[in-house]
Ligand binder design. Structure first.
Ligand code: GLU
Length: 514
């Protein structure tokens, strides 16, 4: 019988969610929805020192914004509540005890000073990576080296201790990764990780395994940075007697900086000029305590569909030439077999390209509010209908909704300067006379009513009467009416401006340009 698909996204609330985290959440979500499974969010907050207020709300808001819905979560609840590890604290101890009873874990009483001495000693002996492991544990103060009665006495005296995993000295740990195939690691490369800290909090490793087991997780899909922890997790499943129901692992490829020189880090966004966070984040500089502001895709004008489509392709491809996928299409097309092992380079031009695509596909009614908001900021009133007309002609020419205002300014403000190149090339005395005649020929109406075709016909007739070919005056007409040398369909533009306004602008241009 195949197992119900239950996947989880398990962020730690240590700061804003990185877009790599959004990609991890997305792949989990796509698999869950495709297979009719359950999408779970678990907050992994066992490391209280790294807890950042607001990070959990940020994670929630980010997922909502990109359209990743959750079936079980700290805020929606679910059959395995609570979904915050700090609230599950009492559940973990029994499993650490079970490991000790089975001989798979032990108490370690070493003080921080003793640990430092051990590291220094190993460093002096040129051991490249000093660790508490199957070799060094024999020289440390733990329940493996101390006599049983001494261990009991230390415990009875409440001596601070941690519980460590007893990693075997010579064993191959192997597991099958859905993306990487068989992964084989020698146990000598794994250290005796702390499972339970002296304050009674489990570490990430123990809590993660216990929760994935109790929550009946079928697939663990997470970033490549967790690959080195996976063999340790496999040992934990084995020692806890849960190997048969161990989830399938899939470690997603790394996200690299645009030039491929290394992992895309949280700091790269501000340095390289693009956001690495889904939403803006107001934080604090770790050293100076100064308030910091990191850019977000949402505030930078990216549409959530564009970001989702882009992130889906950072590590996956459909095997066809199709690039545009809505969320429902991704759910259909996604497959773990087509997730790549090799790292994916972040491509700023590509995410912009996706944004332009989704912007153009949006109906004008959904885009008009962006323009109306900018107009309101500048104290300009405009009807919704007119804003819709403007964004409809402008959307082919912008990458972000906030560009509408810059690009569309001339619909609201008559030009005071004119594109010099066009003027130099196209503004002749004949053209000037013809445009003055056109200004007189256009109906002097206060409210636009003539459509683009009517205006085009008047223009053509006027040019004919002036013995000019329409092409000789088109660019001059644009520059006189808008100031710009290029723009959307000219007669649509004039229709939106209205013939009365166009007439005035033509007269003004003739006066100024001669
Ligand atoms: N809490 C870990 C993180 O912050 C989760 C790793 C995992 O998915 O096992 O990414």
């Amino acid at each position: 019988m195949s197992r119900p698909v239950r996947v989880r996204f398990a962020p730690s609330p240590t700061g804003p969610l990185h877009i790599g985290g959004v990609r991890t959440a997305l792949y989990n979500y796509l698999l869950a929805r495709q297979l009719g499974g359950t999408m779970i969010l678990r907050i992994e907050d066992t490391d209280q020192n790294r807890f950042v207020p607001g990070a959990e709300d940020y994670i929630r808001e980010s997922l909502e914004w990109v359209g990743i819905t959750l079936d079980e979560s700290p805020w929606a609840g679910g059959p395995h509540a609570p979904y915050r590890q700090s609230e599950r604290k009492p559940m973990y101890r029994q499993y650490a005890d079970q490991l000790i009873a089975g001989g798979y874990a032990y108490y370690a009483f070493d003080t921080p000073e003793e640990l430092d001495v051990m590291r220094e000693r190993l460093q002096a002996a040129k051991v490249p990576n000093p660790q508490y492991n199957s070799i060094t544990r024999a020289q440390m103060r733990n329940s493996l080296t101390l006599p049983e009665d001494e261990t009991q006495a230390l415990l009875a005296q409440d001596t601070p201790y941690v519980i460590r995993l007893k990693v075997p000295r010579k064993e191959e740990v192997r597991f099958q990764d859905m993306i990487r195939g068989w992964v084989v690691v020698h146990s000598s490369a794994i250290d005796d990780k702390v499972l339970m800290k002296s304050d009674g909090m489990p570490t990430y490793h123990l809590a993660n395994i216990v929760d994935d087991h109790l929550m009946d997780i079928s697939h663990v899909i997470r970033g490549e940075e967790w690959l080195p922890s996976a063999p340790l997790h496999v040992l934990l499943y084995r020692y806890l007697g849960w190997e048969k129901t161990m989830p399938q692992f899939a470690h997603l490829p790394l996200l690299l900086k645009p030039d491929g020189t290394g992992k895309l880090s949280k700091r790269d966004g501000d340095r390289l000029g693009f956001p690495v966070f889904p939403l803006e984040w107001r934080g604090q500089d770790a050293e100076t305590g100064e308030p910091t502001l990191s850019r977000g895709y949402r505030e930078d004008g990216y549409l959530p569909d564009a970001l989702v489509n882009f992130l889906a392709f950072l590590g996956w491809n459909p095997g066809t030439a199709q690039e545009i996928f809505s969320m429902p299409e991704l759910i259909q097309a996604f497959s773990m077999d087509r997730v790549s092992k090799s790292p994916a380079k972040f491509d700023q031009a590509k995410v912009r390209w996706f944004n332009e695509h989704y912007l153009r596909a949006k109906p004008a009614a959904e885009l008009a509010p962006f323009l109306l908001a900018a107009l309101a900021e500048h104290g300009i009133t405009c009807s919704e209908a007119k804003a819709e007309q403007i964004v409809a002609v402008m959307k082919e020419r912008v990458s972000f909704p906030q560009d509408f205002w810059q690009e569309a300014k001339y619909f609201f403000e008559a030009p005071t300067s004119y594109d010099e190149q066009v003027v130099a090339k196209k503004w002749t005395p004949e053209v000037s006379t013809a445009l003055a005649a056109l200004a007189d020929a256009l109906p002097d109406e206060a409210e636009p009513s003539a459509n683009a075709e009517v205006i085009r016909a008047i223009f053509n007739q006027t040019m004919e009467a002036q013995s000019l070919k329409p092409g000789q005056a088109l660019q001059a007409l644009r520059v006189a009416a808008t100031g710009a040398g290029a723009g959307p369909d000219l007669f649509e533009t004039l229709a939106i401006l209205g013939t009365g306004e166009v007439g005035q602008r033509l007269h003004a241009a003739v006066e100024r340009l001669g």
